[in-house]
Design a protein around this ligand. Sequence first.
Ligand code: B3K
Ligand code: ZN
Length: 890
Amino acid sequence: MREGTNTVVRREDYTAPAYWIRTVDLCFELDPAKTLVINKMTVERNADRPAEPMRLDGEDLNLTRVLVNGESVSFRVENDQLVLDTLPDGSFSLEIRTTCAPEKNTQLSGLYTSGGGFFTQCEAQGFRRITYFLDRPDVMAVFTVTLKADKAKYPVLLSNGNLLEQAELPNGRHMAKWHDPFPKPSYLFALVAANLVAREQKIRSRSGRDHLLQVYVRAGDLDKTEHAMNSLIASVAWDEARFGLSLDLERFMVVAVSDFNMGAMENKGLNIFNTKYVLANPATATDVDYAGIESVVGHEYFHNWTGNRVTCRDWFQLSLKEGLTVFRDQEFSQDLAGSPSARAVKRIDDVRALRQFQFPEDAGPMAHPVRPDSYQAIDNFYTATVYEKGAEVVRMQHTLVGREGFAKGMALYFQRHDGQAVTCDDFAQAIADANPGSELAARLPQFKRWYSQAGTPRVKALGRYDAPSRTYTLLLEQHSLPSTGQPSKEPYVIPVAMGLVSREGRPLPLQLEGEAAPVGTDRVLVLAEARQFFTFVNVDSEPVPSLLRGFSAPVTLEAPLADDDLLTLLAHDPDPFNRWEAGQRLALNRLLAAVQAGGELSVDEAFVGAMRSVLRHPELDAAFKELVLTLPGEGYLAEQLDVVDPQRIHAVRESMKQQLAQALRDDWAWAFEAHQVSGGYSPDPVSSGRRALANLALANLVQDAALRGDAVWPGKALQRFKDAGNMTDRFGALAALVNAHAELAAPALQRFHAHFKDEPLVIDKWFALQAGAPERDGSVFARAKALLAHPDFSLRNPNRARSLLMPLCLNNPAAFHRTDAAGYVFWADRVIEIDSINPQLASRLARALDRWKQLAEPYRSAAREAISRVAAKPDLSPDVREIVTRALQD
Ligand code: B3K
Ligand code: ZN
């Protein structure tokens, strides 16, 4: 199971390890230039496997000593593996000494330095950059860790589990010894040695146990830890209440670090977080940041059970922990949001993200099943498919067995597998076994195709009403396009939550043929064949079908609904998700028609009227209105087309935005005034929804005014930017100016930078806003390029690098896809440059051209050339190599 350039690891090749490591005693002499690691293990042969040499993984290590049972032995180092040919039978001790250079570790995988402290990141394969080990998740050991370091520079010494002892050492050094009683795979190991302070909170759990929660940050950041701590407290309570899962350690620590490759990491008892997902106060963080912190803190905490107590047998099973934990964090945020409407807002946000990132992935060269079959660099498979589609696959199981049934399934899963490294099959089996008689149990092997087949299935729906017999027949058909390595696909089990709505907007009773009486007005149909008819009886009048409510399956629904039907659903569907969807569909139909007709669009009164009714609706929540009035994104539009001209899509969408801004001018002005939030800042769903709608209103008003040469709204935006009492309002006003009013934007941006120059996370926003602004005349691209040379810019800090490059290359099609190919040249240069510093980061950026084959000319040829230029580099990392090779494959 080794990786190197062009080495493919296959799921079917899995074998259990030849050795088990039962305990690990690690001692670190921490030094940025040369850290000594003494690793003492107790090892056992796996009696179920034939005798073979022990092969330990290692990377960028200097090996100084190998002892078996205290004696030196002969060994070989072969392609980053330490091979021991002759070993005693039964159990033995193995001691390995190595050194590494944390300050040279720019990859941020393994042990590295950041801001003068030491931090680790071991998932997926960083532990082998700390010491030689069987670095695979099915080898679980009990860890004891001793840290020794200079006391003045690194006063805080942390590792997993419980603190056993702390002592002073000669020469200004000190030590701390930690012990984690739970056997764990190496990817969950962590250490921190740094100058940090902690916010602390003692809690007593439902089960009556006391725990200490700590959030560690740099001294100046303590005032930004309250929300993270509150989120952690809420997470502990939620997991107990919803799933009966309690915190199993006396101490639970969260540490924030500013150099980090992803969001956060669930190391046992010592979660390490990107500062972005910890630090927030009203002056520096937006409502979206607050929500992100809540869900990431929840996510990492929930991993303590789903991931840590029960872990993955191999990395192909990654979605076992990630899909399930994303599902859990989504449910957590929904449960905290409270009202049905606020829950729906969260669901819509999640579905929007799925469509924006996962659907394109599933249609492009990186398409892979939720449980992949092969990889070259496992870090490339921490994808939207494994995470977000994986969460949808768990959600469908939840839908098929119900909320209670799912909780029973989870209980059975832990009863069977606590302390084990298992597979996605084990999970689905537990959910099904706990619910005999459910649709899931009845169709489990077929359901599991969701784990093995890639691509987004399409579901076609066709309804026919027969007045004389008062029946409504719904034909549902499913169809899946081929994807790489999967030329044909078998039908899925697709839960289709649905209802029928009368033309006047009344929910109709649902009685299927053969049923004695109607069963409510909302139900789940299970589509399991390629095509199936569902006939409803006693239907008084021709209904409008409301299908896939709550987005009950990750499919593309093709239901040829006329405008009138969509308007009915937008106005009356009792399911808020489908109400939103109807609005999106109305916009999408118009946008696509205009793109296909060559770019001209003029919005009609029916559409404007519908949008106005939503905006002015007396009962709908502001957050929901904001979602309805936000047009489908350019990326989502592109996915509906066979051939994509990014400039045309952008022009058409901008034109619709502009026309709506104008047609709804008075309504936007009303919305802006009516949704001001007074009083102290709180990130709750009601206040943040009001701020979101007010900001959208302001953006529309400034855009409309700028075009008319009217100075009133731009002036108001500038004033709001200056006076705002929180970052959400300040940034909203700044964005409104940057997006539409260059003259006022320039000094405002300057002022913003000067004010927040010591707040790195805010400066990230400053870069991102400029790189993500709507392109008009090439100036956004030019500015983004120029910002590379800004003194605050750096490719070494992943947050900063992402802040400029991702908004431009992944989220700003009109700025990135240029007829002169300058965007692609820029992209290729950065991918190559970053690859030599941080392959994981480079490989994320490399994904920007995944969908190049879909592009119209001249973009397509220029994109291929840029990808080929990257691919031609001989010394690419396996990470980037895998992405560009797949992109160029036929
Ligand atoms: N499990 C980590 C992700 C690790 C990514 C390694 N490339 C964070 C999370 O999903 O919670
Ligand atoms: Zn996770």
